[in-house]
Design a protein around this ligand. Structure first.
Ligand code: DGU
Ligand code: CA
Ligand code: CA
Ligand code: CA
Length: 201
């Protein structure tokens, strides 16, 4: 995680408007009053990206609260989470591309998919997590075909890199290396995965 260029205290969620791009130039966003970063649901996001919005070069500081929400057609470039809160990224529409960056210290999830996506992660490092990418396991998503692609991802010390438990869900992994991650792709109920160059140590 790069050293922040400055800290920005965020007291209400920062909304990036439709089609807008914001370059945070290496700043760290620190939530205040949006949530304590525990596993308690109902916290607020630090950042919300409307359709077509993109962000680059930022760090979500501790406490991560409910992280970043994406409604679709979003690009996150060089985005880091120094200590994930309830979760880091919530996918509410697709596609979402997270290219560059990473996340650490996620008690449970890093990427929470509440929509089929696709979610495409490239050039990321995950460290200390429960599930790095999780297709929502709730009943109402029993038939949601979550679509996940991970390329050039490194992961250290976690439960599952991907967990998909609904019919039609697919995960494609290529150029992935994990160290001390229990499962690469945990799947059930007909979810499937395809793997290229993937190494698990
Ligand atoms: O079983 O609890 O979607 O944080 C489903 C999960 C899910 C929550 C929520 C969230 O509903 O994690 O976005
Ligand atoms: Ca949650
Ligand atoms: Ca944490
Ligand atoms: Ca959440």
């Amino acid at each position: 995680i790069p050293k922040p260029t400055r800290d920005i205290i965020v007291t209400k969620p920062i909304i990036i408007g439709k089609g807008e791009h914001r370059d945070f130039e290496g700043a760290r966003l620190i939530a205040k009053g949006l949530g304590d970063g525990s596993q308690r649901e109902g916290q607020r996001p630090v950042l919300a990206l409307l359709r077509g919005a993109s962000v680059s070069n930022l760090i979500i500081g501790k406490p991560g609260a409910d992280g970043i929400y994406c409604v679709g057609d979003n690009l996150l470039k060089n985005v880091y989470f120094e200590d994930v809160g309830e979760d880091a990224l919530t996918i509410k529409g697709g596609p979402v591309i997270w290219d560059g960056g990473g996340a650490r210290k996620a008690e449970d999830k890093i990427v929470q998919m509440n929509h089929k996506g696709p979610f495409i992660g490239r050039n990321l490092i995950f460290e200390d997590f429960g599930r790095a990418v999780r297709g929502n396991g709730a009943k109402k998503h029993r038939n949601t075909p979550f679509k996940i692609e991970l390329y050039h991802v490194r992961a250290v010390n976690g439960g599952s890199l991907v967990k998909i438990t609904s019919k039609g869900s697919r995960a494609k992994l290529d150029d992935v290396v994990t160290w001390d991650v229990r499962n690469l792709v945990s799947k059930s109920n007909g979810a499937k995965s395809d793997q290229g160059e993937v190494y698990k140590y």
